[in-house]
Write a protein that binds this ligand. Structure first.
Ligand code: MSP
Length: 507
């Protein structure tokens, strides 16, 4: 892999950014940093899905002009991702003219190729999903399983449709030939199940009488495009498609999504791409959902909603980035709460990483005139401690998958914990008291700080701001670009930066 293009879903702007949005976006940022550190020329896109009925109704509810509302909300998303240290290359807004023009042109091509039909349709519509639903998508009360608190509507109207069934076998063949198409395997099986039965025609329009916020169909001005037939195309229009050498990155695209939108990305999107004659995505990486305390969906009425911006304000962006990276389970849903984040911040980042740095750095500053100690002959214990740090950091010196993130992050913290044990067992504060062993104290300090430096360099992919702050204390800044972990890079006799608390305890 020499190039890579990572995409987050583009988020509805009917409400403020929530934890789920933060999660996918931060995971994509971590994957991007990891690829860049491994020499892969990577681009990251994120942004907002600004069309559709629920965005329109949110503006109406506030009595705001729709465009003003969209400007305001999308700037909130941008600000949230900036606060979370997300280093994106593209921030999409589907209302931008270039995107709308390309969507309309694509639709005209579909029409001309006979891929679109017109028919009267009666169906159950869920605004939450912006989709027509089948009986199996509804719960016992006849509500959408993903939006049980919202009313569904029975709708009878003329619309335009893209028949998917003619492409189903081709998609199944593609999946068979590319078993990595969807990761992890649990979601590949779910996708195969979705493709086991004939597919219904995809409704690609909405009458303007119901929804006006969208791209007008080029062949019928009384209709706008159905939200998904427009939103998915952002992944291409970002790259300047159909021009601008978009294939360079498109051929390496990886979509990262939550499990709720597997059908749209795993079924609709590849088939739309087949209709366009485009290459299918290289990979769709799927994660489970965060649940609030009690192991249930977060909701205001249960009082278990975790607001990402409140967390950033209280603990800093890296506390949230760390929790999301370390504590999401690969294929399942995981729990989150302010208490759990606080516990991980104080107990894992603070006690295991931050404290070790301040203990070893402060001790060295006090005893060696602010200078980094000098290393002497290494013992087996020193070598073992160094090897542990190097091994954990190596996990970041190769391109990893979305599902690898929790275990690799955990390995860094575990290695820091082992360094703590090494430091405590070697007890440099005792060694320094005896002139016979005083040099040995310096070696222990050097090994501790240098091994920690290696871990912090890897940590830059997860918690970039804190890692850089820590590396500044060690006077060992890292330049952006290709990276690999190496021991003995800490400069003996170098001057420490100011020793500040990395993860001040929050109670
Ligand atoms: N606009 C569509 C996506 C169009 S992509 C071409 C959409 N938007 S959304 O605002 O509803 O965001 C959905 C995404 O948010 C999920 O796929 C997932 O990435 C993230 N999450 C939403 N809730 C989540 C959790 N509780 N936990 C983790 N992530 C979840 O769907």
């Amino acid at each position: 892999m020499t190039k890579s293009y990572i995409t987050t879903p583009i988020y509805y702007v009917n409400a403020a950014p929530h934890l789920g949005h933060a999660h996918t976006t931060v995971m994509c940022d971590i994957m991007t940093r990891n690829r860049k550190a491994n020499g892969v020329d990577t681009r990251l896109s994120t942004g907002c899905d600004e069309h559709g009925q629920k965005n329109q109704e949110s503006a109406e509810k506030l009595g705001m002009d729709v465009m003003e509302y969209l400007d305001l909300r999308s700037s909130e998303f941008k600000k949230a991702f900036d606060l979370l240290d997300v280093d994106y290359d593209y921030f999409v807004r589907t209302t931008r003219p270039f995107h709308k023009e390309q969507v309309a042109a694509m639709e005209q091509k579909f029409m001309d190729a006979g891929l679109i039909i017109e028919k009267q349709y009666t169906g159950i519509y869920c605004k939450g999903c912006e989709q027509f639903k089948t009986e199996s998508d509804l719960n016992d009360e006849g509500r959408c399983v993903d939006h049980p608190n919202m009313d569904v509507e029975e709708i009878d109207e003329k619309n335009y449709f893209f028949p998917l069934e003619p492409f189903r076998q081709r998609l199944l063949d593609h999946i068979e030939a590319n078993p990595d198409f969807v990761q992890p395997p649990k979601f590949l099986s779910e996708l195969k199940n979705m493709l086991a039965e004939p597919l219904e025609d995809l409704c690609i329009s909405r009458p303007k009488s119901r929804v006006s916020l969208g791209v007008t169909l080029p062949f019928d001005e009384d209709f706008v495009t159905y939200v998904w037939f427009d939103a998915l195309i952002n992944y291409l229009t970002n790259l300047g498609w159909p021009g601008n050498d978009y294939q360079d990155y498109w051929s390496e695209v990886e979509h990262v999504i939550g499990k709720d939108i597997l059908k749209t990305h795993g079924v609709y999107w590849p088939i739309i791409l087949m209709g366009m004659g485009e290459t299918l995505p290289k990979r769709i990486s799927v994660h489970g959902h965060w649940l609030g305390s009690g192991g249930v969906k977060m909701s205001k009425s249960l009082g278990n909603v975790v607001d990402p911006l409140e967390i950033v304000e209280k603990f800093g962006a890296d506390a949230l980035r760390y929790y999301l990276a370390r504590h999401m389970r690969a294929e399942n849903d995981s729990q989150i709460s302010v208490e759990l984040i606080q516990g991980a911040y104080n107990g894992e980042l603070g006690n295991k990483v931050g404290n070790l740095l301040s203990r070893a750095a402060k001790f060295s500053v006090d005893r060696f005139d602010g200078k980094i100690p000098t290393k002497g002959t290494l013992t087996a214990e020193d070598e073992a401690a160094r090897a542990i740090a190097l091994k954990a950091a190596q996990g970041f010196a190769e391109v990893f998958a979305l599902t690898d993130i929790p275990a690799r992050t955990e390995a860094l913290v575990q290695a820091a914990d082992e360094l703590n044990n090494y430091f405590t067992a070697q007890a440099p504060w005792k060694l320094i008291k005896d002139p016979e062993t005083a040099d040995r104290a310096q070696t222990v300090l050097y090994v501790t700080l240098d091994s920690l430096r290696v871990l912090l360099e890897a940590f830059r992919q997860i918690i970039p701001t804190s890692a850089d702050k820590a590396l500044a204390i060690l006077a060992a800044p890292v330049e952006e670009g290709v990276w690999s972990p190496e021991l003995d890079r800490l400069e003996e006799g170098g001057t420490f930066g100011e020793v500040v608390a990395l993860f001040p305890r929050v109670t």
